[in-house]
Write a protein that binds this ligand. Sequence first.
Ligand code: ZN
Length: 75
Amino acid sequence: MIVDIDHLLANPVYDAARCSINFHPLHRFAAIAVYLVLCFLPKPEFIRFLGLGLLIHMALDSIDCQMTNGIWFTP
Ligand SMILES: [Zn+2]
């Protein structure tokens, strides 16, 4: 997933004890709200798939976070 490029901006790049949701710039709630809007734009078509893909990514990151840390997002 291309959205994970923002994981590379973080230091360290991967930290199991850190929740990416609300931590990385593209994983903030404001960004998630934008992805939600993308899902409902009438055109172009690919924008909806992009929005959906990004939302699925956020959901997976959040679930991973819940399983490893017991939280859904970084407060
Ligand atoms: Zn991510």
